[in-house]
Design a protein. Structure first.
Length: 422
């Protein structure tokens, strides 16, 4: 398999995964509210989902680093289909908060099988097939593909939700099954040799992976700073993504479910704009932390402003500007992380990064969810947005380390052409 084919497969898998997932992203909070949950209970249910992600990150990382990245992806899709259908079933019977939390745990398990595994498959396969360019452009291109899929998914989910809020979930389950089939036929472990994992030895394997995660993750300053940043920022953004849905509809003044899908699609377009800027900002000889610092500052300012400015036609554009900053930050951060970790434990360490983000999400969604109910959602944007300012000194410290991963090499200038899939 040549590098272009690897990249094509990665883009198709990422696009299908995002398309299936994004069908509910614009209406999930509205669905849970319609099912009888309060705004605080909505975030408790979401916190159960993220807590499950935190709980299962290391065990599923073991699967990806032993049985293989492909096996982890297929388990992800099967579990996500089950969890999605469980959501519909709980709403149909009026099952309440506890059953929604249990369904969220199933979904959390499914996402942890996915997190880290597909990225690790891509990086290992590209190295094995002789790819010699930097990964910023590949990740940026994947973000663009995912954003396009998100546009289609969120708009479609909003329109389908206008008919019935359960329909997007049913369509999502069908698309997950399709993604499973595509992954089964196109995704094969390259540059990585699966290892046998016996049931009786799984605890020892988890300990080994955990020790490796600490050695190459927490004890390495650059990786430690990145995972701490993940903890801080995802504590807010995991809440913000679900909080804007009822907030913006309130500002608009009408119960227009289709509008939630439209705004979510505009969010995706803003992310694409940010991804496209990566190629212009990541110049040879420059430093990735310069980009990270600038994007983090814009992100904090826009999120605080989203809570302060309460006029629909101003608040929404400000929020979308924050999405542009996120579109710049994420692929650059991904490249820095991947260049700081060893191939043999790549999936586990990416999962370790996701684990820290999930832990932050549990606290952020619960705390800001409570604040949303007791005060208001805008208050949550102000308080949570101010908390993200902590990313600025973290990236500043990362810059001070002067790691090789911080410097953008001359090859980076060629990445857009080299990453192009024809």
């Amino acid at each position: 398999m040549d590098p272009k084919r690897v990249i094509r497969s990665y883009l198709v898998i990422s696009g299908l995964f995002t398309l299936s997932a994004s069908l509910i992203w614009g209406i999930n909070t509205l669905f849970l509210l319609d099912a009888g949950l309060s705004i605080f209970e909505v975030f408790v249910a979401n916190a159960a989902f993220t807590a499950a992600m935190a709980l299962f990150e290391i065990p599923t990382g073991v699967v990806a680093d032993t049985r293989g990245r492909r096996a982890s992806f297929l388990l992800s899709e099967a579990t996500l289909a089950l969890g999605t259908l469980a959501y519909v079933g709980v709403a149909a019977i009026g099952g309440g908060l506890l059953l929604f939390c249990l369904a969220g745990v199933i979904l959390g398990l499914g996402y942890t099988f996915y997190s880290g595994a597909v990225e690790a498959w891509l990086v290992d396969a590209l190295q094995a097939t002789g790819y010699r360019h930097e990964l910023d452009g590949v990740f940026a291109k994947a973000s663009i593909v995912a954003s396009v899929a998100m546009i289609v998914g969120t708009v479609g989910g909003g329109l389908l939700g206008q008919l019935d809020l359960s329909i997007p979930y049913l369509v999502r389950a069908a698309l997950i099954v399709i993604a499973f089939g595509v992954g089964f036929w196109t995704m094969h472990d390259i540059g990585f040799t699966p290892r046998t994992m016996r049931l009786q030895g799984i605890v020892g394997e988890m300990r080994k992976v955990a020790r490796t995660g600490i050695t190459y993750g927490w004890r390495k300053p650059a990786v430690r700073l990145l995972v701490v940043e993940s903890f801080v920022t995802w504590g807010f953004f995991s809440w913000a993504w679900y909080a804007w849905q009822p907030y913006f509809l309130e500002l608009y003044g009408k119960d227009a479910i289709w509008l939630s899908g439209l705004i979510a699609s505009l969010f995706a377009l803003a992310g694409i704009a940010g991804n496209a800027l990566v190629g212009k900002l990541a110049r040879p000889g420059g430093r990735r932390t310069t980009i990270l610092l600038g994007a983090a500052a814009i992100s904090t300012a826009t999120m605080v402003a989203t809570g302060v400015v309460r006029y629909f036609w101003v608040t929404v554009p400000v929020f979308l500007l924050g999405a542009v900053a996120g579109g710049v930050l994420q692929p650059v951060r991904q490249t820095y992380l991947h260049q700081s970790i060893p191939t043999s434990e790549r999936a586990t360490l990416v999962s370790f990064d996701s684990l820290m983000g999930s832990l932050g999400s549990v606290g952020g969604q619960t705390g800001l969810g409570f604040l949303s109910q007791e005060r208001s959602i805008p208050a949550g944007f102000v308080v949570g947005g101010l908390a993200t300012i902590l990313a600025f000194p973290i990236f500043g410290r990362l810059r001070g380390l002067k790691e090789p991963a911080d410097r953008i090499t001359a090859e980076a200038s060629e990445r857009d052409a080299s990453a192009t899939v024809t």
